[in-house]
Design a protein around this ligand. Structure first.
Ligand code: FES
Length: 111
């Protein structure tokens, strides 16, 4: 079990316990955290589970796969500490993880 702090773009924080083996995306989904849509259900095929990892945690998570990097390129508001929430699996070592949710989960097309 690990605690994750999800920080909405507005600054509102949600601290929740997430069971080991679940992903950051699943922790948000199961606790009704707004700001993560996860359209593809965790298949690394949409980028709507984009989270911005706190600097101090980013390097501890290990490297993103090439598949994840490719999907991240499509994420709205990409940063140098961006990851896909569905690709971060929780374990005790990540207790205290902090992630911020972007202002939108996809690029909006304007007519
Ligand atoms: Fe679609 Fe993570 S839920 S890429």
């Amino acid at each position: 079990m690990a605690k994750i702090t999800y920080i909405e773009h507005s600054g509102t924080e949600h601290v929740v316990d997430v069971a080991n083996g679940l992903t950051v995306m699943e922790g948000a989904r199961d606790n009704n955290i707004p700001g993560i849509e996860a359209d593809c259900g965790g298949a690394c095929a949409c980028s709507t589970c984009h989270v911005i990892v706190d600097n101090e945690w980013f390097s501890k998570l290990g490297e993103a796969s090439e598949e994840e990097e490719d999907m991240l390129d499509l994420a709205f508001g990409l940063t140098h500490t961006s990851r896909l929430g569905c690709q971060i699996k929780m374990s005790d070592e990540f207790d205290g993880l902090r992630v911020t949710l972007p202002s939108a989960t996809r690029n909006m097309l304007v007519d």
